[in-house]
Design a protein around this ligand. Structure first.
Ligand code: GSH
Length: 234
């Protein structure tokens, strides 16, 4: 039985199944990337809820694993060389899990780097820009009289959706026939933009027919349906 007691995060969120990968998360667009990936790959894991209402992400125990105070984070008792590995940043976690399981990342070198390219595109573009749309359209920024910041992020979100729409022309998924970690990174954010943020009209989502098509297929996958609700909220 692995001993995870050296990791202070396990004091706040005890591992009842320490032989399993430990997930610390909340079902947000970044959080569900990892729960969907875990559901897709079938890797056994134990989810732990990090509640923003309780500011769990700012607790000393959480910060001991992720000093950047953001979910998702994992602790794999069986990491490289059989040693425990703690990781944060959803993109890094997706890559790690793909390599660990040999799933959802093409083996062919060129396709592999292109998948990583689209993953980075999500991490550096879609996540931060769509997140700003959320701030200026749905959260505190919606009351700002000056609409220029909101419009800037709406324009950028539209541009990114256009890039994705073009990429999906004639393709089943971002990487063609192969569903991959690039899809798992991108589509939870598209869902959030038009769902939770309610920005569908603002970004003229009806124009992006290829994105709509693939989003629907993504949301119909059983592992996605399950992953979107993990960890269960209080
Ligand atoms: N680049 C990070 C971003 C993670 C992130 O922004 N997580 C948000 C939820 S979607 C969070 O934990 N926010 C809590 C906070 O800022 O206090 C990743 O992809 O893992």
């Amino acid at each position: 039985m692995p001993d995870l007691s050296a990791f202070p995060i396990t004091q706040k969120w005890p591992a009842t199944q320490p032989e399993r990968l430990q997930l610390y998360s909340l079902p947000t667009p970044n959080g569900v990337k990892v729960s969907i990936m875990l559901e897709e790959t079938g890797l056994p894991y134990e989810p732990h809820l990090v509640s923003f209402e309780r500011n769990d992400q700012l607790s000393a125990e959480f910060l001991s694993l992720n000093p950047n105070n953001k979910i998702p984070a994992i602790l794999d008792p069986n990491g490289p060389d059989g040693l425990p590995l703690a990781l944060f940043e959803s993109g890094a976690i997706l890559l790690y899990l793909a390599e660990k399981t040999g799933q959802l990342l093409p083996r062919d070198a060129a396709a592999r780097y292109q998948t990583i390219q689209w993953l980075m595109w999500q991490m550096g573009g879609v996540g931060p820009m769509f997140g700003q749309v959320g701030f200026f359209h749905k959260f505190a920024g919606k009351d700002y009289a000056d609409k220029r910041p909101r419009d800037r992020y709406i324009d950028e979100a539209k541009r990114l959706l256009g890039v994705l729409d073009q990429r999906l022309q004639g393709r089943e998924w971002v990487m063609g026939d192969a569903y991959s970690i690039a899809d798992i990174a991108i589509f939870p954010w598209v869902r959030n933009l038009i769902g939770f943020y309610g920005a569908g009209e603002l970004v003229e989502f009806e124009r992006f027919t290829q994105v709509q098509r693939v989003l629907e297929r993504f949301l119909a996958r059983p592992a996605v349906v399950r992953g979107l609700g993990i960890p269960q909220r209080d």
